[in-house]
Design a protein around this ligand. Structure first.
Ligand code: UD1
Length: 429
Protein backbone atom coordinates (compact mmCIF):
# COMPACT_ATOMS: atom_id res chain seq x y z
CA UNK A 1 0.00 0.00 0.00
CA UNK A 2 1.33 3.45 -0.93
CA UNK A 3 2.48 5.89 1.75
CA UNK A 4 3.29 9.58 1.67
CA UNK A 5 6.56 10.80 3.19
CA UNK A 6 6.86 14.43 4.19
CA UNK A 7 9.77 16.33 5.66
CA UNK A 8 8.23 19.36 7.29
CA UNK A 9 9.45 22.90 7.64
CA UNK A 10 9.38 24.36 4.12
CA UNK A 11 7.16 27.30 3.30
CA UNK A 12 5.00 27.00 0.20
CA UNK A 13 5.25 29.37 -2.71
CA UNK A 14 4.10 29.21 -6.31
CA UNK A 15 0.94 28.15 -8.09
CA UNK A 16 -1.41 25.24 -7.49
CA UNK A 17 -4.00 24.45 -10.14
CA UNK A 18 -7.36 23.57 -8.59
CA UNK A 19 -9.06 20.49 -10.04
CA UNK A 20 -12.70 19.88 -10.84
CA UNK A 21 -14.77 19.09 -7.76
CA UNK A 22 -15.22 15.44 -6.88
CA UNK A 23 -18.52 16.21 -5.20
CA UNK A 24 -19.82 17.93 -8.32
CA UNK A 25 -18.45 15.38 -10.80
CA UNK A 26 -20.09 12.38 -9.13
CA UNK A 27 -23.75 13.57 -9.28
CA UNK A 28 -23.19 14.99 -12.80
CA UNK A 29 -21.95 11.60 -13.97
CA UNK A 30 -24.98 9.94 -12.39
CA UNK A 31 -27.26 12.41 -14.20
CA UNK A 32 -26.09 10.89 -17.49
CA UNK A 33 -28.39 7.95 -16.71
CA UNK A 34 -31.42 10.20 -17.18
CA UNK A 35 -31.06 10.41 -20.96
CA UNK A 36 -30.31 8.14 -23.92
CA UNK A 37 -28.24 10.95 -25.45
CA UNK A 38 -24.63 11.89 -24.71
CA UNK A 39 -23.72 14.00 -21.69
CA UNK A 40 -20.24 15.49 -22.08
CA UNK A 41 -18.54 16.61 -18.89
CA UNK A 42 -15.51 18.90 -18.96
CA UNK A 43 -12.96 19.31 -16.16
CA UNK A 44 -13.55 15.87 -14.62
CA UNK A 45 -10.83 15.23 -12.01
CA UNK A 46 -8.62 12.13 -12.15
CA UNK A 47 -9.64 10.47 -8.90
CA UNK A 48 -10.22 6.96 -7.63
CA UNK A 49 -13.87 7.80 -6.81
CA UNK A 50 -14.48 8.92 -10.41
CA UNK A 51 -13.01 5.67 -11.76
CA UNK A 52 -15.10 3.70 -9.30
CA UNK A 53 -18.29 5.45 -10.40
CA UNK A 54 -17.43 4.91 -14.08
CA UNK A 55 -17.38 1.20 -13.27
CA UNK A 56 -20.71 1.37 -11.44
CA UNK A 57 -22.37 3.30 -14.26
CA UNK A 58 -20.95 0.85 -16.79
CA UNK A 59 -22.75 -1.92 -14.95
CA UNK A 60 -26.05 -0.13 -15.65
CA UNK A 61 -25.20 0.28 -19.34
CA UNK A 62 -23.59 3.73 -19.38
CA UNK A 63 -20.77 3.81 -21.96
CA UNK A 64 -18.04 6.38 -21.66
CA UNK A 65 -15.23 7.72 -23.80
CA UNK A 66 -12.48 10.12 -22.86
CA UNK A 67 -11.66 12.97 -25.24
CA UNK A 68 -8.12 13.96 -26.04
CA UNK A 69 -6.95 17.31 -24.80
CA UNK A 70 -8.19 20.25 -26.82
CA UNK A 71 -5.80 22.64 -28.47
CA UNK A 72 -4.77 25.41 -26.09
CA UNK A 73 -6.20 23.58 -23.11
CA UNK A 74 -4.01 23.57 -20.02
CA UNK A 75 -2.60 20.22 -19.03
CA UNK A 76 -4.17 20.42 -15.61
CA UNK A 77 -7.63 21.18 -16.87
CA UNK A 78 -9.14 17.77 -16.04
CA UNK A 79 -10.53 15.35 -18.53
CA UNK A 80 -13.45 15.61 -20.89
CA UNK A 81 -15.58 12.48 -20.66
CA UNK A 82 -18.64 11.58 -22.74
CA UNK A 83 -21.25 9.47 -20.99
CA UNK A 84 -23.99 7.76 -22.96
CA UNK A 85 -26.75 5.62 -21.45
CA UNK A 86 -28.46 4.60 -24.67
CA UNK A 87 -30.29 1.94 -22.74
CA UNK A 88 -30.23 0.96 -19.10
CA UNK A 89 -29.32 -2.72 -19.11
CA UNK A 90 -29.48 -3.42 -15.37
CA UNK A 91 -31.48 -1.68 -12.62
CA UNK A 92 -29.55 -3.38 -9.80
CA UNK A 93 -26.59 -1.65 -8.13
CA UNK A 94 -24.89 -4.51 -6.30
CA UNK A 95 -23.34 -4.50 -2.85
CA UNK A 96 -19.80 -5.13 -4.16
CA UNK A 97 -19.91 -1.82 -6.05
CA UNK A 98 -22.08 0.41 -3.85
CA UNK A 99 -20.35 -0.51 -0.58
CA UNK A 100 -17.13 1.15 -1.77
CA UNK A 101 -18.64 4.59 -2.26
CA UNK A 102 -21.71 6.09 -0.65
CA UNK A 103 -22.57 8.40 -3.55
CA UNK A 104 -23.22 5.40 -5.80
CA UNK A 105 -26.50 4.94 -3.88
CA UNK A 106 -27.66 8.06 -5.72
CA UNK A 107 -28.26 6.03 -8.91
CA UNK A 108 -31.57 5.16 -7.27
CA UNK A 109 -32.99 8.52 -8.47
CA UNK A 110 -32.28 8.21 -12.21
CA UNK A 111 -33.10 4.48 -12.25
CA UNK A 112 -36.54 5.13 -10.76
CA UNK A 113 -37.19 8.13 -12.96
CA UNK A 114 -36.21 6.43 -16.21
CA UNK A 115 -36.99 2.77 -15.59
CA UNK A 116 -39.63 2.86 -12.85
CA UNK A 117 -37.60 0.43 -10.75
CA UNK A 118 -34.31 0.17 -8.90
CA UNK A 119 -32.62 -2.32 -6.62
CA UNK A 120 -29.73 -0.55 -4.94
CA UNK A 121 -27.53 -1.86 -2.16
CA UNK A 122 -27.49 0.23 0.99
CA UNK A 123 -24.22 2.20 0.94
CA UNK A 124 -20.85 2.12 2.68
CA UNK A 125 -18.33 4.93 2.11
CA UNK A 126 -16.28 6.97 4.59
CA UNK A 127 -16.40 5.76 8.17
CA UNK A 128 -17.74 9.05 9.49
CA UNK A 129 -20.94 8.09 11.22
CA UNK A 130 -23.95 5.99 10.43
CA UNK A 131 -25.01 8.00 7.35
CA UNK A 132 -28.49 6.51 6.90
CA UNK A 133 -30.67 6.79 3.77
CA UNK A 134 -34.03 7.47 5.44
CA UNK A 135 -34.40 10.90 3.81
CA UNK A 136 -33.83 9.50 0.32
CA UNK A 137 -36.52 6.88 0.93
CA UNK A 138 -38.97 9.31 2.48
CA UNK A 139 -38.46 11.82 -0.35
CA UNK A 140 -38.79 9.25 -3.14
CA UNK A 141 -41.93 7.94 -1.40
CA UNK A 142 -43.33 11.46 -1.61
CA UNK A 143 -42.81 11.31 -5.39
CA UNK A 144 -44.83 8.10 -5.55
CA UNK A 145 -42.19 5.36 -5.26
CA UNK A 146 -42.76 2.24 -3.13
CA UNK A 147 -39.53 1.28 -1.40
CA UNK A 148 -38.84 -1.81 0.70
CA UNK A 149 -35.58 -2.80 2.34
CA UNK A 150 -34.84 -6.41 1.38
CA UNK A 151 -31.60 -8.24 2.26
CA UNK A 152 -29.54 -5.06 2.47
CA UNK A 153 -31.05 -3.57 -0.69
CA UNK A 154 -33.46 -0.69 -1.22
CA UNK A 155 -35.96 -2.13 -3.68
CA UNK A 156 -37.91 0.67 -5.30
CA UNK A 157 -40.80 0.64 -7.77
CA UNK A 158 -43.27 3.07 -9.20
CA UNK A 159 -46.62 1.81 -10.43
CA UNK A 160 -47.37 4.65 -12.81
CA UNK A 161 -44.12 6.60 -12.89
CA UNK A 162 -43.05 9.32 -10.47
CA UNK A 163 -45.42 12.19 -9.67
CA UNK A 164 -44.41 15.69 -8.60
CA UNK A 165 -45.13 16.72 -5.02
CA UNK A 166 -44.09 19.12 -2.29
CA UNK A 167 -41.39 17.67 -0.04
CA UNK A 168 -39.80 19.26 3.02
CA UNK A 169 -36.42 17.73 3.89
CA UNK A 170 -36.41 16.95 7.62
CA UNK A 171 -32.68 17.75 7.65
CA UNK A 172 -30.42 19.32 5.04
CA UNK A 173 -28.93 16.54 2.92
CA UNK A 174 -26.73 17.15 -0.10
CA UNK A 175 -27.16 13.63 -1.51
CA UNK A 176 -30.93 13.51 -1.01
CA UNK A 177 -31.30 16.93 -2.67
CA UNK A 178 -29.31 15.70 -5.69
CA UNK A 179 -31.41 12.56 -5.95
CA UNK A 180 -34.81 14.21 -5.56
CA UNK A 181 -33.87 16.88 -8.08
CA UNK A 182 -32.90 14.20 -10.63
CA UNK A 183 -36.00 12.12 -9.94
CA UNK A 184 -38.39 15.09 -10.03
CA UNK A 185 -36.90 16.33 -13.32
CA UNK A 186 -38.64 13.41 -15.07
CA UNK A 187 -41.70 13.17 -12.78
CA UNK A 188 -45.22 14.01 -13.94
CA UNK A 189 -46.16 17.50 -12.74
CA UNK A 190 -44.48 19.98 -10.43
CA UNK A 191 -42.27 19.38 -7.41
CA UNK A 192 -41.27 21.82 -4.71
CA UNK A 193 -38.33 20.83 -2.48
CA UNK A 194 -38.08 22.76 0.76
CA UNK A 195 -35.17 22.91 3.21
CA UNK A 196 -33.04 21.76 0.27
CA UNK A 197 -29.23 21.79 0.44
CA UNK A 198 -27.74 24.99 -1.02
CA UNK A 199 -24.26 23.70 -1.82
CA UNK A 200 -22.63 24.95 -5.06
CA UNK A 201 -22.58 21.35 -6.29
CA UNK A 202 -26.42 21.39 -6.20
CA UNK A 203 -26.41 24.49 -8.40
CA UNK A 204 -23.90 22.84 -10.75
CA UNK A 205 -26.18 19.80 -11.12
CA UNK A 206 -29.31 21.92 -11.63
CA UNK A 207 -27.55 23.89 -14.38
CA UNK A 208 -26.52 20.67 -16.09
CA UNK A 209 -30.04 19.21 -15.82
CA UNK A 210 -31.47 22.43 -17.26
CA UNK A 211 -29.00 22.23 -20.15
CA UNK A 212 -30.38 18.71 -20.70
CA UNK A 213 -33.91 20.12 -20.91
CA UNK A 214 -35.08 20.06 -17.28
CA UNK A 215 -37.02 22.96 -15.78
CA UNK A 216 -35.46 23.65 -12.40
CA UNK A 217 -35.37 26.99 -10.61
CA UNK A 218 -34.25 28.07 -7.16
CA UNK A 219 -31.19 25.78 -6.87
CA UNK A 220 -28.77 27.43 -4.45
CA UNK A 221 -31.67 28.54 -2.23
CA UNK A 222 -33.53 26.32 0.21
CA UNK A 223 -36.60 26.08 -2.04
CA UNK A 224 -36.17 24.37 -5.40
CA UNK A 225 -39.01 24.22 -7.96
CA UNK A 226 -39.01 21.54 -10.61
CA UNK A 227 -41.46 21.31 -13.48
CA UNK A 228 -41.33 17.70 -14.65
CA UNK A 229 -40.60 17.00 -18.33
CA UNK A 230 -41.13 13.77 -20.27
CA UNK A 231 -37.55 13.33 -21.44
CA UNK A 232 -34.08 14.84 -21.19
CA UNK A 233 -31.44 15.13 -23.91
CA UNK A 234 -27.67 15.46 -24.24
CA UNK A 235 -25.61 18.45 -23.12
CA UNK A 236 -22.08 19.63 -22.46
CA UNK A 237 -21.32 20.86 -18.98
CA UNK A 238 -18.26 21.88 -16.95
CA UNK A 239 -17.52 20.53 -13.48
CA UNK A 240 -17.02 23.45 -11.10
CA UNK A 241 -13.67 23.90 -9.28
CA UNK A 242 -13.19 21.95 -6.08
CA UNK A 243 -13.88 24.25 -3.13
CA UNK A 244 -12.66 21.63 -0.65
CA UNK A 245 -9.36 21.18 -2.47
CA UNK A 246 -9.10 24.99 -2.60
CA UNK A 247 -9.70 25.31 1.14
CA UNK A 248 -7.28 22.48 1.89
CA UNK A 249 -4.36 24.11 0.06
CA UNK A 250 -5.25 27.50 1.51
CA UNK A 251 -4.96 25.94 4.96
CA UNK A 252 -1.66 24.30 4.02
CA UNK A 253 -0.28 27.76 3.13
CA UNK A 254 -1.71 29.22 6.33
CA UNK A 255 0.08 26.44 8.19
CA UNK A 256 3.54 26.66 6.60
CA UNK A 257 3.54 30.34 5.64
CA UNK A 258 4.34 31.44 2.11
CA UNK A 259 2.57 32.79 -0.95
CA UNK A 260 0.54 30.57 -3.26
CA UNK A 261 -1.94 31.29 -6.03
CA UNK A 262 -4.71 28.73 -6.27
CA UNK A 263 -5.36 28.83 -10.00
CA UNK A 264 -8.94 28.35 -11.12
CA UNK A 265 -10.28 28.58 -7.56
CA UNK A 266 -13.47 30.57 -6.95
CA UNK A 267 -13.67 32.58 -3.73
CA UNK A 268 -17.49 32.74 -3.90
CA UNK A 269 -17.64 28.96 -3.35
CA UNK A 270 -16.04 29.09 0.10
CA UNK A 271 -16.53 32.50 1.60
CA UNK A 272 -17.06 31.27 5.16
CA UNK A 273 -13.83 29.24 5.19
CA UNK A 274 -11.83 32.08 3.63
CA UNK A 275 -13.22 34.51 6.18
CA UNK A 276 -12.14 32.14 8.98
CA UNK A 277 -8.68 31.89 7.43
CA UNK A 278 -8.38 35.67 7.34
CA UNK A 279 -9.13 35.73 11.05
CA UNK A 280 -6.23 33.31 11.61
CA UNK A 281 -3.92 35.96 10.12
CA UNK A 282 -3.80 34.67 6.55
CA UNK A 283 -4.09 37.13 3.68
CA UNK A 284 -6.65 36.10 1.07
CA UNK A 285 -6.87 37.97 -2.23
CA UNK A 286 -9.50 36.89 -4.77
CA UNK A 287 -8.10 37.30 -8.31
CA UNK A 288 -9.81 36.95 -11.69
CA UNK A 289 -7.95 33.71 -12.26
CA UNK A 290 -8.05 32.25 -8.75
CA UNK A 291 -7.21 33.10 -5.15
CA UNK A 292 -3.88 34.27 -3.72
CA UNK A 293 -3.11 33.03 -0.20
CA UNK A 294 -0.31 34.51 1.87
CA UNK A 295 0.99 34.30 5.40
CA UNK A 296 4.31 35.90 6.13
CA UNK A 297 5.74 35.95 9.63
CA UNK A 298 3.35 36.39 12.54
CA UNK A 299 1.69 33.49 14.29
CA UNK A 300 -1.53 31.66 13.54
CA UNK A 301 -4.40 33.19 15.51
CA UNK A 302 -6.86 30.71 17.07
CA UNK A 303 -10.43 30.85 15.72
CA UNK A 304 -13.49 28.92 16.94
CA UNK A 305 -15.61 27.29 14.27
CA UNK A 306 -18.73 25.19 13.91
CA UNK A 307 -19.48 23.16 10.78
CA UNK A 308 -22.75 23.96 9.01
CA UNK A 309 -24.42 23.20 5.70
CA UNK A 310 -23.50 25.67 2.93
CA UNK A 311 -22.96 28.63 3.17
CA UNK A 312 -21.53 27.79 6.62
CA UNK A 313 -18.10 26.34 7.34
CA UNK A 314 -17.94 22.98 5.48
CA UNK A 315 -17.58 19.75 7.42
CA UNK A 316 -15.22 18.61 4.65
CA UNK A 317 -12.69 21.24 5.82
CA UNK A 318 -13.07 20.57 9.53
CA UNK A 319 -10.15 18.11 9.83
CA UNK A 320 -7.82 20.35 7.81
CA UNK A 321 -8.74 23.34 9.96
CA UNK A 322 -8.01 21.32 13.07
CA UNK A 323 -4.60 20.52 11.59
CA UNK A 324 -3.99 24.26 11.25
CA UNK A 325 -5.23 25.05 14.76
CA UNK A 326 -2.75 22.59 16.31
CA UNK A 327 -0.10 25.28 15.71
CA UNK A 328 -2.22 28.30 16.66
CA UNK A 329 -1.14 30.71 19.38
CA UNK A 330 -3.78 29.72 21.90
CA UNK A 331 -6.95 27.67 22.29
CA UNK A 332 -9.64 27.09 19.67
CA UNK A 333 -12.83 25.05 19.70
CA UNK A 334 -14.14 23.12 16.73
CA UNK A 335 -17.72 21.87 16.79
CA UNK A 336 -18.87 19.26 14.27
CA UNK A 337 -22.62 19.46 13.68
CA UNK A 338 -23.05 17.45 10.45
CA UNK A 339 -21.56 14.01 11.17
CA UNK A 340 -21.48 12.33 14.55
CA UNK A 341 -18.16 10.55 14.22
CA UNK A 342 -15.86 12.86 12.37
CA UNK A 343 -12.97 13.25 14.78
CA UNK A 344 -10.87 10.24 13.87
CA UNK A 345 -7.98 12.48 12.91
CA UNK A 346 -7.66 13.66 16.54
CA UNK A 347 -5.75 10.56 17.65
CA UNK A 348 -3.41 10.76 14.69
CA UNK A 349 -2.75 14.49 15.08
CA UNK A 350 -1.89 13.71 18.70
CA UNK A 351 0.87 11.39 17.43
CA UNK A 352 2.49 14.47 15.92
CA UNK A 353 2.34 16.26 19.26
CA UNK A 354 -1.00 18.09 18.93
CA UNK A 355 -2.94 18.78 22.14
CA UNK A 356 -6.62 18.13 21.48
CA UNK A 357 -9.37 17.03 23.84
CA UNK A 358 -12.85 15.95 22.88
CA UNK A 359 -16.07 16.84 24.58
CA UNK A 360 -18.91 15.24 22.66
CA UNK A 361 -19.08 16.88 19.25
CA UNK A 362 -16.59 19.60 20.23
CA UNK A 363 -12.82 19.43 19.97
CA UNK A 364 -10.72 21.78 22.07
CA UNK A 365 -7.35 22.43 20.49
CA UNK A 366 -4.49 23.94 22.49
CA UNK A 367 -1.99 25.26 19.97
CA UNK A 368 1.57 23.99 20.45
CA UNK A 369 4.90 25.60 19.60
CA UNK A 370 5.93 22.73 17.35
CA UNK A 371 4.77 19.42 15.97
CA UNK A 372 7.17 16.50 15.50
CA UNK A 373 7.02 14.10 12.57
CA UNK A 374 5.76 10.55 13.15
CA UNK A 375 4.09 7.60 11.43
CA UNK A 376 0.36 8.26 11.12
CA UNK A 377 -2.60 6.50 9.58
CA UNK A 378 -5.17 8.00 7.23
CA UNK A 379 -8.68 7.08 8.36
CA UNK A 380 -10.88 8.85 5.85
CA UNK A 381 -10.54 11.20 2.94
CA UNK A 382 -10.51 14.58 4.67
CA UNK A 383 -8.84 13.32 7.84
CA UNK A 384 -5.91 12.04 5.84
CA UNK A 385 -5.20 15.39 4.27
CA UNK A 386 -5.25 17.07 7.69
CA UNK A 387 -2.30 14.82 8.54
CA UNK A 388 -0.50 16.02 5.41
CA UNK A 389 -1.07 19.64 6.47
CA UNK A 390 0.26 18.93 9.95
CA UNK A 391 3.21 17.00 8.47
CA UNK A 392 4.17 19.98 6.29
CA UNK A 393 4.75 22.01 9.44
CA UNK A 394 6.12 19.27 11.69
CA UNK A 395 9.80 18.95 12.49
CA UNK A 396 11.40 15.99 10.72
CA UNK A 397 9.74 13.15 8.88
CA UNK A 398 6.05 12.25 8.80
CA UNK A 399 4.82 9.15 6.98
CA UNK A 400 1.12 8.98 6.20
CA UNK A 401 -0.03 5.38 5.77
CA UNK A 402 -3.14 4.18 3.89
CA UNK A 403 -2.91 6.80 1.22
CA UNK A 404 -5.72 5.28 -0.86
CA UNK A 405 -8.11 7.52 1.08
CA UNK A 406 -6.29 10.56 -0.32
CA UNK A 407 -6.42 9.21 -3.86
CA UNK A 408 -10.21 9.08 -3.64
CA UNK A 409 -10.45 12.85 -3.48
CA UNK A 410 -7.17 14.69 -4.15
CA UNK A 411 -5.71 14.78 -7.62
CA UNK A 412 -1.87 14.68 -7.79
CA UNK A 413 -1.58 15.97 -4.23
CA UNK A 414 2.13 15.36 -3.82
CA UNK A 415 3.00 16.82 -7.24
CA UNK A 416 1.00 19.98 -6.54
CA UNK A 417 2.67 20.51 -3.15
CA UNK A 418 6.14 19.61 -4.45
CA UNK A 419 5.83 22.27 -7.13
CA UNK A 420 5.42 24.84 -4.33
CA UNK A 421 8.51 23.74 -2.46
CA UNK A 422 7.20 21.06 -0.11
CA UNK A 423 9.40 18.03 0.56
CA UNK A 424 6.81 15.35 -0.06
CA UNK A 425 6.92 12.07 -1.98
CA UNK A 426 4.90 8.95 -2.52
CA UNK A 427 6.48 5.70 -1.38
CA UNK A 428 5.04 2.86 -3.43
CA UNK A 429 5.07 -0.65 -2.06
C1 UD1 B 1 -22.05 15.06 0.85
C2 UD1 B 1 -20.61 15.09 0.41
C3 UD1 B 1 -19.68 14.96 1.61
C4 UD1 B 1 -20.02 16.05 2.65
C5 UD1 B 1 -21.50 16.02 2.98
C6 UD1 B 1 -21.93 17.16 3.89
C7 UD1 B 1 -20.61 14.12 -1.80
C8 UD1 B 1 -20.22 13.00 -2.69
N1 UD1 B 1 -20.36 13.99 -0.50
O1 UD1 B 1 -22.26 13.79 1.46
O2 UD1 B 1 -18.34 15.12 1.15
O3 UD1 B 1 -19.29 15.79 3.83
O4 UD1 B 1 -22.29 16.11 1.78
O5 UD1 B 1 -21.59 18.38 3.33
O6 UD1 B 1 -21.11 15.14 -2.26
N2 UD1 B 1 -28.53 11.98 6.59
C9 UD1 B 1 -29.54 11.26 7.18
N3 UD1 B 1 -30.39 10.55 6.36
C10 UD1 B 1 -30.26 10.54 5.01
C11 UD1 B 1 -29.23 11.31 4.42
C12 UD1 B 1 -28.37 12.01 5.23
O7 UD1 B 1 -29.68 11.25 8.40
O8 UD1 B 1 -31.07 9.87 4.34
C13 UD1 B 1 -27.59 12.75 7.47
C14 UD1 B 1 -26.16 12.26 7.37
O9 UD1 B 1 -25.93 11.14 8.17
C15 UD1 B 1 -25.41 13.50 7.85
C16 UD1 B 1 -26.27 14.65 7.32
O10 UD1 B 1 -27.55 14.09 7.03
O11 UD1 B 1 -25.41 13.53 9.24
C17 UD1 B 1 -25.74 15.30 6.06
O12 UD1 B 1 -25.45 14.30 5.11
P1 UD1 B 1 -25.53 14.57 3.54
O13 UD1 B 1 -25.63 16.03 3.28
O14 UD1 B 1 -26.58 13.70 2.97
O15 UD1 B 1 -24.11 14.06 3.07
P2 UD1 B 1 -23.74 13.28 1.74
O16 UD1 B 1 -24.63 13.75 0.63
O17 UD1 B 1 -23.62 11.84 2.00
Amino acid sequence: MDRIRIVGGNTLSGTIPVSGAKNAALPLMIASMLTSETLTLDNVPRLADVEQLIGILGNHGVDHSVNGRREGQDTHYGRTINFRAESIVDTTAPYELVSKMRASFWVIGPLLARMGEARVSLPGGCAIGTRPVDIFIDGLNALGADIEIESGYAVARTRKGLTGNRYVFPKVSVGATHVLMMAAALARGDTVLENAAREPEIVNLAECLNAMGARISGAGTSTIQIEGVTSLGGATHTVLPDRIETGTYAMAVAMTGGDVTLEGARADLLESALEVLERTGTEITPLNSGIRVRRNGGGIAPVDIETQPFPGFPTDLQAQFMGLMTRAKGRSTIRETIFENRFMHVQELARLGARISLNGQTAIVEGVEKLKGAQVMATDLRASVSLVIAGLAAEGETVVNRVYHLDRGFERLEAKLQACGAEIERLSS
